[in-house]
Design a protein around this ligand. Structure first.
Ligand code: UD1
Ligand code: MG
Length: 481
């Protein structure tokens, strides 16, 4: 509905966040693959506002750079000195050219659990009730530090009193200000001009706007959040971890209800951008990041970390680290594989134990079962790469490509010195260093001939345990033992 479309959402993110004890600005800390301010912007975008403004101050170059990356449509307003939340909103309205017709929603940049649904409910209550301001409140178990919602005998909201400025009886109130508001844009601009700084912090409090509007005879209301955990602001790293846990649980619950088996939610961590299909299985100790997708019936884990990786239907990925890789349907990976960017594993192919791949296309049904490095390579279909093979892709200066055809059988302990090509259906002998192209269907042998020097131990190491063992062996008749 376009009528409920806010004129602006203002995100307050100028504060330093001292209690994080971090070189990184507070709002840039990450949970579930997104910065704190990124979560807030995602919720704000659900309101489809005409303007989205972030107030920046502390470490603003870093914050502005990050915003340009994640949401180029965002405008920023600079609050050079942090003179309070009211002052911050004033800077945002100045950036927008003064008071706006329509609704202005204000949120804090450090409340990553706030959902778009809750913002929509606030904006719609604000419109339906015809309020000048509607504050999002919540009943919390411990209200210490929060602004308290003061109501009169009829239950109408009369004021917000900051913890530091509150009396003992006001401090007993458990309904708190979430810091999220919907305002009439014009009345907000007028009231901000009247906010004073005669409080314990000497700041312009946004919360004072509510009392100012009420005294001027305007309608003031509150919307109570269904879940108080949604409005929790992050101030330190304990709260950061708690918020991450809550969000992770939300994401896993949604996945499980959609038909994904998560065997151990306590040790499974997912980013907001991860997607699953039905009957995917996630085993314990698994972290799925970025644009990772796990298709129908695929099994991932235990102990995997997959970033920006697509796992095809029915594939199995065990004890594996992967970054920007594609695992084909019914392929098998691991245990103990490392798939680096550009790895593409075909249908029913296998990348087994202690195998590292990079920029490698591995065809349907091809197997690289053990102890190998496959970098900058194309391997055709239904080939088998022997154990302990290395694709020697780097000459110390440049990277080169190796091509291996279909239905090849390469021996164990081969070095493929790139650039080199092994044709379809070719074999290579164990221990070969392949430096020249191998024509289709041939056997390549590239290793020293074996030479046995008989009696060497008896002559050179007389009396040693080896010499005695050799002597005993030479006396034993053949075919016995
Ligand atoms: C504020 C509210 C309090 C509410 C609480 C909810 C005021 C006066 N108090 O208190 O009623 O219960 O949030 O978490 O509004 N910021 C700026 N510029 C400033 C000051 C703050 O951008 O000059 C930003 C901060 O970066 C932060 C947000 O505004 O994102 C809230 O500021 P903070 O200092 O955390 O306010 P609280 O004391 O928590
Ligand atoms: Mg705060």
């Amino acid at each position: 509905m376009s009528s409920s479309r806010p004129a602006a959402v203002v995100v307050l993110a100028a504060g330093e966040g001292t209690r994080m004890k971090s070189a990184t600005p507070k709002v840039l800390h990450d949970i579930c693959g997104r910065s704190l301010v990124g979560h807030v912007l995602a919720a704000a975008r659900e309101l489809d506002p005409e303007n989205l403004v972030v107030v920046v101050g502390h470490a603003r170059e870093k914050v502005v750079g990050h915003l340009a990356e994640i949401d180029p449509g965002v405008r920023t307003a600079v609050q050079a000195e942090q003179n309070g939340t009211g002052h911050a909103v004033r800077m945002a309205l100045e950036e927008l050219g003064g008071g706006l017709d329509g609704t202005v929603v204000v949120v804090c940049g450090d409340t990553p659990l706030l959902s778009g649904d809750t913002l929509r409910a606030l904006a719609s209550a604000h419109g339906t009730d015809g309020n000048a301001v509607t504050v999002l409140t919540a009943e919390v178990p411990d209200a210490t530090g929060y602004g308290r919602i003061v109501r009169d005998a009829s239950g109408a909201v009369t004021a917000i009193v900051e913890h530091k400025d509150a009396s003992d009886s006001q401090r007993a109130i458990r309904e708190i200000n979430s810091g999220v508001f919907a305002f009439d844009g014009r009345l907000l601009a007028d009231a901000l001009g009247k906010v004073r700084t005669d409080n314990s912090q000497g700041e312009e409090y946004l919360t004072d706007v509510l009392g100012i509007l009420r005294e001027a005879g305007h309608r003031v209301g509150a919307a109570v959040a269904a879940d108080h955990r949604e409005i929790a602001g992050i101030n330190n790293r304990v709260q950061l971890a708690e918020a991450r846990r809550i969000l992770n649980d939300r994401l896993l619950t949604r996945a499980m209800l959609a038909g994904v088996s998560v065997v151990d939610p306590a040790t499974t961590w997912v980013d907001v951008t991860v997607t699953f299909e039905q009957d995917a299985i996630v085993l314990p100790g698994t972290q799925l990041q970025g644009a990772t997708h796990v298709a129908e019936g695929a099994e991932v884990g235990p102990n995997c970390r997959l970033k920006d990786t697509r796992v095809g239907a029915g594939a199995r990925v065990d004890n594996t680290v992967a970054d920007t890789a594609e695992v084909g349907p019914e392929a098998k990976v691991g245990p103990f594989a490392y798939l680096r960017p550009g790895t593409r594993i075909g249908v029913k192919a296998k990348v087994g134990t202690y195998v590292e791949t990079k920029n490698a296309t591995i065809g349907e049904g091809t197997k690289i079962p053990h102890l190998s490095y496959v970098g900058d390579a194309t391997i055709g279909e239904y080939s088998n790469i022997g154990a302990a093979s290395v694709f020697v892709n780097y000459d110390g200066q440049d990277k080169h490509h190796t091509t291996i055809g279909s239905h090849c059988r390469t021996g164990s302990d081969n070095m493929f010195v790139a650039p080199v090509t092994v044709g379809d259906g070719a074999y290579t002998a164990a221990g070969s260093v392949i430096t020249k192209d191998v024509p289709p269907g041939s056997l390549a042998v590239a290793r020293g001939q074996q030479r046995n020097i008989e009696g060497w131990v008896a002559r050179k190491r007389p009396g040693s345990a080896a010499a005695k063992a050799a002597e005993t062996a030479s006396r034993e008749p053949d075919g016995e033992g």
